[in-house]
Design a protein around this ligand. Structure first.
Ligand code: SF4
Length: 359
C-alpha cells in the first residue's frame, strides 16, 4: 500500500499542527474521541482522550455510545477491533494506514486454516480451544469465534487460559509463542506440555506423539521488539544497580521473564512505575516510547530501558505523527474508515465479547 500525506501536512511545523489539531478537536466536540496506545509518540499521546493498552482501549471503544468518530492512534488490528466492537453508526479511523503489526502478520489465515485442518485428527474443536491474542487480524479473530474460542490480551491471558481449560483439553494459542508460554507456565503447565507449531511445515514440525501429549500448541510468532531482551541484560542491570527492580512485558522470552521482579501487561508496567516510591530504580523490558514517557512522568525515579544496548522501538507504532493526526481530523469525510466486513465482523465479535465477558 502506498500512502503519502499532502505536502501541506508534511511541511507544517509542530506548532502549526498542534494548534490545528486543537481547533479540529474543538469543532468536532463530543462527536469525536481520540484513543492512543501507550507506545505512541509523546506528542501524539498528549492529544488523546484515552490512553491505554489494547485491552483497555478495546473496552473504551466498546463503551462509546455518543461519539461518531473514533480516531485510533495505534496499529491496524486495534482499529479493526474497535470497529468490530462498536455499532455501525461509529466510524473508526487509523491516522497512518501503514501502521501494522509484524507479529500479527506472522499468523496468516491460510496457514492457520491449514494447521486447523491437520489438527482435526487430534479432535479439532472437540478437544482444542483456539485463543487468539488481540494482536491478530480480524480474519483470525473470526476463525477463533467460529470455533468457540476467545481473544486475549497480555492483561487477561491467564483468565482466557483458565476458561479454555474448563471447556477443552488443549489450547491452540496465536500468534505470540512467548506470551502463550509465559502464561502457560504461570498457569502450571509444564514446558514439556507446550509445543511450538512451525507454520512453515505441514505437520507443524511436530510428531503425533508430541501433539497428543501437548496441552498448549503455540504458534511460532514473536514480537521483534520484546525479543530484544536477554538474560545478560538483566545481569548487567543487577550488577550496576543492585537495588534496581526489573519489570518486563510477557511478550519477552521466558529466560528473561524468569529473572525479572515483575511481569505483566503494559498497564501493569505503567501502574508499577506510578506506585513505586520516589528514588526507585526501575529497568523495563518493553517498547521505548512507553519507557521514555514513564521516565518523563516520574522524574523522582530512575526509569530506563533494560537492554541499554538496543533501541526497542515499535516502528509501526512510531509511524503515527502529528501530521497524520492533523490530516485525519481535518479530512474525516474524505478518509476511508477501517471497516471489517460481514461475516468476519460477527464471528470476530463473538470471540472479542467472550473476552470482555470472562474478564
Ligand atoms: Fe506488534 Fe510488537 Fe509493535 Fe506490539 S510492539 S504492535 S506486538 S510489533
Amino acid at each position: 500500500m502506498y500512502f503519502s500525506l499532502p505536502i501541506e501536512y508534511r511541511q507544517a511545523t509542530a506548532e502549526d499542527l498542534k494548534s490545528r489539531i486543537t481547533a479540529a478537536r474543538q469543532k468536532l466536540g463530543s462527536r469525536l474521541t481520540i484513543l492512543a496506545h501507550h507506545y505512541q509518540r509523546l506528542e501524539v499521546v498528549e492529544f488523546a482522550d484515552h490512553i491505554g493498552d489494547s485491552y483497555g482501549l478495546s473496552k473504551i471503544a466498546a463503551a462509546q455510545k455518543e461519539v461518531e468518530f473514533i480516531v485510533f492512534c495505534g496499529v491496524h488490528f486495534m482499529a479493526e477491533s474497535a470497529d468490530i466492537l462498536t455499532d455501525a453508526s461509529k466510524m473508526v479511523y487509523l491516522p497512518n494506514p501503514l501502521a501494522g503489526c509484524p507479529m500479527a502478520d506472522m499468523a496468516e489465515i491460510a496457514d492457520v486454516m491449514a494447521a486447523w485442518e491437520y489438527l482435526q485428527q487430534f479432535g479439532g474443536a472437540k478437544r482444542i480451544m483456539p485463543i487468539s491474542y488481540m494482536n491478530t487480524a480480524a480474519g483470525l479473530k473470526a476463525f477463533t469465534g467460529r470455533n468457540g474460542g476467545l481473544i486475549c490480551t497480555s492483561s487477561n491471558a491467564a483468565a482466557a487460559l483458565k476458561w479454555s481449560f474448563e471447556q477443552r483439553e488443549k489450547v491452540f494459542f496465536f500468534p505470540d509463542q512467548h506470551l502463550g508460554y509465559n502464561t502457560g507456565i504461570k498457569y502450571g503447565i509444564t514446558p514439556k506440555q507446550m509445543v511450538i507449531w512451525d507454520f512453515s511445515r505441514d505437520d507443524g514440525g511436530l510428531t503425533e506423539s508430541q501433539l497428543e501429549k501437548s496441552r498448549i500448541i503455540l504458534w511460532k510468532g514473536h514480537c521483534h521488539v520484546h525479543t530484544n531482551f536477554l538474560p545478560e541484560h538483566v545481569a548487567a542491570v543487577r550488577s550496576k544497580y543492585p537495588g534496581a527492580k526489573i519489570i518486563v512485558h510477557p511478550e519477552t522470552p521466558h529466560n528473561v521473564v524468569a529473572l525479572a521482579d515483575g511481569v505483566g501487561s503494559t498497564s501493569f508496567l505503567v501502574n508499577y512505575c506510578e506506585k513505586a516510591p520516589a528514588g526507585s530504580i526501575i529497568a523495563i523490558g518493553t517498547e521505548i516510547n512507553l519507557i521514555n514517557r514513564m521516565a518523563h512522568a516520574y522524574p523522582d525515579k530512575k526509569i530506563f530501558e533494560l537492554s541499554g544496548q538496543t533501541c526497542p522501538v515499535c516502528a509501526n507504532m512510531y509511524r503515527t505523527t502529528l501530521n497524520d493526526l492533523c490530516y485525519t481530523l481535518e479530512n474525516l469525510k474524505d478518509i476511508k474508515p477501517i471497516t471489517v466486513p460481514e461475516p468476519t465482523r460477527s464471528d470476530a465479535r463473538l470471540a472479542l465479547e467472550k473476552m470482555l465477558e470472562i474478564t
